[in-house]
Structure formats: C-alpha cells, structure tokens
Design a protein around this ligand. Sequence first.
Ligand code: DAK
Length: 258
Amino acid sequence: MNNYEYIETNVENSLGFIALNRPKVLNALNRGMVAEILDAMETFDRNDDVKVIILSGRGRCFAAGADIDEMADATAIDLERLNQFTDWDRIAWIKKPIIGAVHGFALGGAFELALCCDLLLASNDAEFGFPEVLLGVMPGAGGTVRLTKLAGKTKAMEWLFTGMRFSANEAMQYGILNRIVAKEVLMEETIRLAQQIALQPPLSIRFIKESVLKAIDSSIYEAMQFERKNFSLLFSSKDQKEGMQAFLEKRKANFTGR
Ligand code: DAK
C-alpha cells in the first residue's frame, strides 16, 4: 500500500507504519505531506488489521519542521483560507495509539507532530526544538499548548523564547519521551513496544487513550465520570467476557476487538 508522494506507508504484523519521506529537504512538512499523514492515519484507524500506528522519518532525521519555502510568502488570509489548523486537529481524533520514533531533528512543526503522538521514543542523537521564533513567528499547530502541558510553563517558555535545540536527554527529563535508545535499534525498540500494545484488547486500548486525553483537558471529577462510563462500556464487549473467562480457565485470552 503506497500511493503517496511524500510519505511511505505499510502494514505489517498489526502495525501501520508511516514514514515521512522527503529526505533531500530533511522531510520538511509541506501541505501535501501533512494531508497525506492525516489520510494515512485515518485509513489505518479504519483498518481492523492495524492496532498501532508508528510514525518515523526517512534519511537523516524525523523532520526539520514545516516547509519554509512553502510558507515564506503566505499571508494570514492564506493560512486561514487553507484551513490547515483543522487538518492538524484531525490527529487528535485518531482512536488507535500513535507511537513516534524520532531520530535526528524534530523541529518546529515536526516537534508539534511528535507531541501529537501518544508515545514517543527517540534515539540518542535526537534534537528537539521550536525555532519558529527565529523566523519571526511562533508554533501554530499546538506547540505552545502541548509542550506546556508536558514540560511545564518554565521550561516551555525558555525553549519557545530562545528557539534553542535540546537533546533527547533533556526531552526525557521533562516528560516528553518514553524512551531513549541507540539509533541502530530505534525502530526495533519502537516495534517491540507497539507489539506489546497490539496484543491487548483493542477496545480497552481505545477507551484508555480517550480517557487519558480527556484527563489532560478536564477537571478530575469530569475525567473520572468519563473513565467510569468507559469502564462500564467495556463490560458489553466480548473481549471483557473472554479476558475474564480466560483468566478463570487459566488460558491465554483470544481478543477479537468486539
Ligand atoms: N523547510 C524547507 N527546507 C528545509 C527545511 C525546512 N524547514 N529544513 C531544511 N531544509 C532543507 C535545506 O534548505 C537544505 O536544502 P538544500 O540547500 O540542500 O536545497 C536541506 O534541507 C538540508 O538542510 P541544511 O543544509 O540546512 O542541513 P544542516 O545539517 O546544515 O542543518 C537544520 C539542519 C535542521 C539545522 C537546518 O536545516 C534548519 O535550521 N532547518 C530549518 C529548521 C526550522 O526552522 N524549522 C521550523 C520551521 S517553522 C502550521 C503548522 C505548523 C507550522 C506552521 C504552520 N499550520 C497549521 C498552518 C510549523 C512551522 C515550522 O515548523
């Protein structure tokens, strides 16, 4: 499966792979690439054979941000008219877990894309940053929001004000990463984690993702109500009956996602 111009996709062992693929310009995210990423994610989300989505970059890095060539002459009206912000919002509606695997640079829009992932692994050469300020702009696809929620106000301000790049170690220290691994094993480790998730009952995974995202965005009370409803809802799934029956019968559960 690969009818895309700017990304490569494939499905293997229940995992849906999306690789950013404009290596000559360090995978700079042009509008076409963003549209393709969204299309691929939504296609994987509808495909029962895919349990987890993995996002990575070909060549030297994950990506060096939005395509500056394409943006340089844009006006405010162009940005609103093209409605790209809504495109980015669609990532938040993906129900399946998305794991990002970052090597080399994840800058600007690419860092925003990485922050949209549910889990994030990086190789020890990874460098993160929001250099938008150096270009006379600022993040516009959730960067100030998602970074602040994860790393806290103080560090977010420092990184956003200076545009400085920072290492995987620093990203790890501020809760941005799940793991740092050697570059040669980045995909292997990402796949290992994804496969562990892919073995679990898909409806549980889906409702856990929804509940965690809800918790980020609402009061404890509201989030707990949401969690409770999801918990109850799982009791109408075949996988709940199967999971508990399998435990009682001392056998391995066979989950079907129903
Ligand atoms: N855009 C276009 N081309 C890029 C690019 C980019 N972001 N980054 C690198 N390239 C190109 C370079 O121009 C160069 O092309 P040639 O000269 O070979 O033709 C090639 O990739 C290799 O790059 P370098 O020669 O510069 O490689 P170096 O190792 O020397 O430097 C670097 C690597 C990553 C430090 C450097 O390339 C760099 O600083 N790149 C720009 C990083 C940057 O400022 N990124 C943030 C862009 S602002 C939006 C949503 C999101 C955004 C905007 C709107 N909406 C929803 C509307 C996001 C904005 C941004 O990301």
